[in-house]
Design a protein around this ligand. Structure first.
Ligand SMILES: Nc1ncnc2c1ncn2[C@@H]1O[C@H](COP(=O)(O)OP(=O)(O)OP(=O)(O)O)[C@@H](O)[C@H]1O
Ligand SMILES: [Mg+2]
Length: 232
């Protein structure tokens, strides 16, 4: 496999099967994807076509059944689990389709968590958590726990958390799925701003507005990439 400078993601021959009732569901059937530094890519396609599966494989969350992924210059699944976790913690941000916030922690503590894991001192992470929650419009909700936040607010806490360690690449799975139009538009602006500052983004979305905001759209169907176009 080549290791082109400026390549953030290089995935080859990705097959993903999930064991299911003694059988296997094939969610990805041979996917190649390249993403360069500084790109913003939208991944679109019908429900069940494999978008979340692909994102999880690309981000180092779930190994493929077959195929290879280079992420930020490393052979992602050639690394041992500790090295892969460190890479994800320090250089990658992930926004899950279902938030994955910890219900027992406040919004601010949720945002602080990845910084604590990365060894950022308490005071610095408290200040940065507040700054990030301000950034996503939640400066007035820092002490609230997720069960006391709306879906859109939880989504924004999850986004703030993903930004905590200043990732070079952000993966987002339906980041505007729970948001009203206005908040959704704010999140799109936020992503565009991050992208202008040099962050690479890969965003799975059903939302035409999000897809329109991305210069490149990767279209999936039935476990395959069926189109990849750069907007003129
Ligand atoms: N843990 C699992 N066990 C068995 N099958 C799974 C599992 N996760 C996903 N699948 C199957 O793999 C296929 C792809 O799922 P995936 O979640 O990647 O789709 P998606 O494109 O993200 O869909 P959506 O837009 O609804 O989120 C689906 O048919 C799904 O049922
Ligand atoms: Mg999904």
């Amino acid at each position: 496999m080549t290791d082109e400078p400026g390549r953030v993601i290089e995935a080859r021959g990705i097959i993903k099967e999930y064991p299911y009732q003694g059988d296997a569901v094939r969610a990805l059937r041979g996917v190649d994807v390249d993403v360069s530094a500084g790109e913003m890519v939208a991944v679109v396609g019908p429900s069940g076509c494999g978008k979340s599966s692909l994102l999880n494989v690309l981000a180092g969350i779930d190994p493929p059944t077959r195929g290879t992924v280079r992420l930020l210059g490393d052979d992602l699944y050639g690394l041992d689990e500790g090295a892969r976790s460190r890479l994800r913690l320090r250089r990658v941000g992930f926004i899950f389709q279902r938030f994955h916030l910890l219900a027992v922690l406040s919004a601010a503590e949720n945002v602080e968590l990845p910084m604590a894991e990365a060894g950022v001192p308490k005071r610095e992470r408290r200040d940065r958590a507040r700054e990030l929650l301000d950034y996503v419009g939640l400066g007035h909700r820092t002490a609230h726990r997720p069960p006391h936040l709306s879906g859109g607010e939880q989504q924004r806490v999850a986004i703030a958390r993903a930004l905590a360690n200043r990732p070079e690449v952000i993966f987002a799975d339906e980041p505007t799925g729970e948001l009203d139009r206005r908040t959704g538009a704010e999140i799109i602006d936020l992503f565009a701003r991050l992208n202008r500052q040099g962050t690479t983004l890969v965003v799975v979305t059903h939302d035409a507005k999000v897809a329109e905001s991305a210069p490149r759209v990767v279209e999936m169907a039935d476990g395959l990439v069926v189109g990849s176009g750069v907007r003129p």
